[in-house]
Design a protein around this ligand. Structure first.
Ligand code: CP
Length: 314
């Protein structure tokens, strides 16, 4: 493929290839031996129309570790503020002949639309409530490293599922790899139609967490609850926040995940998030760099192969 726009179009063999490549980079990163020539001579532009800490920093580090020339567009200081549209902005940057565009946008589908207008590879860094494919891949790599496999696991995804692109991409990825997925959320934060994804649905944490291998918590995304019902944080933590008592219903060796940014004391107790015997939250961040290195490496290889096929000089 030329782009990485979502998990939905990926075949399980492509997911495994991405994860194997990322595992290789994770080992090289730990040894300080990342190869600087993989993306040498390529230009990567990061366009974040929405706030980010983890995704933007790790895409930048990933590109630099593999030798790309990386530019972070400061979207707040760009001509978008003068009314230039997303597509005109993309066409302008495209005319500068980048090789990789990394895009985060608040509107679902905006990154797909942009990918149709440019002739370089586009990576979706999160679009609205739609997809966050590299997050699902880094979550999958973290699970595979902790559990030794990525199939036949019982995985609970808990909290604000309705507004979560992370949940959507994870449901698709973990489902394709034949895991049992349980969604736990208050009815107001459970999207309709999830049953078609072959998941089990719960509105009670203790019931939903029973004997699971993985507990994936989600942030309460108040900024996406435009005018809708916003639960009180105290009540939400009481019923849906992960604390030791609720976690005791999962398997004794269950791991705890959170994509970040976290609201401590809202969806997760700070002591659980910091418990190095249960929480793999920092490992998720570390794997984010490796997964983004793998994704850009594989897309660059595909682009090179396509140029050779069409006889265009690389
Ligand atoms: N998980 C995630 O996407 O975090 P950021 O919003 O900080 O990039």
């Amino acid at each position: 493929a030329r782009h990485l726009l979502g998990i939905e179009p990926l075949h399980p063999t492509e997911i495994t290839e991405l994860l194997d490549t990322a595992q290789h980079y994770a080992e090289l990163n730990r040894q300080g031996r990342a190869p600087r020539d993989v993306l040498a001579g390529l230009t990567q532009i990061n366009m974040f129309f929405e706030n980010s800490t983890r995704t933007q920093a790790s895409f930048e580090i990933a590109g630099k570790r593999l030798g790309a020339d990386v530019m972070n567009m400061a979207m707040q200081a760009s001509s978008v503020k003068k009314g230039e549209t997303l597509i005109d902005t993309a066409l302008t940057l495209n005319a500068m002949r980048p090789d990789l565009l990394v895009v985060r946008h608040p509107n679902s589908g905006a990154v797909d639309l942009l990918a149709q207008k440019v002739n370089c590879s586009v990576l979706n860094a999160g679009d609205g409530r739609h997809e966050h494919p590299t997050q699902a891949l880094l979550d999958a790599l973290t699970i595979r490293r902790a559990k030794g496999r990525l199939h036949r696991l019982s995985i609970a995804i808990c909290g604000d599922i309705a507004h979560s692109r992370v949940a959507r991409s994870n449901i698709m990825l973990l489902g394709k790899m034949e895991n049992r997925i349980r969604l736990i959320a208050p009815p107001t934060l459970m999207p309709s139609g999830v049953a078609e994804f072959g998941v089990e649905v719960f509105d009670d944490m203790e019931e939903g967490l029973r004997d699971v291998d993985v507990v994936m918590m989600l942030r309460l995304q108040k900024e996406r609850m435009d005018g809708g019902f916003i639960p009180s944080e105290r009540e939400y933590f009481h019923r849906y926040g992960l604390d030791a008592a609720k976690l005791a219903h999962a398997k004794p060796d269950a791991i705890v995940m959170h994509p970040g940014p976290m609201n401590r004391g809202v969806e997760i107790d700070g002591t659980i998030a910091d418990d190095i015997n249960r929480s793999v939250i920092q490992e998720q961040v570390e794997m984010g760099v490796a997964v983004r290195m793998a994704a850009m490496d594989l897309l660059a290889r595909n682009a090179r192969a396509a140029r050779q096929e069409t006889g265009v000089m690389a």
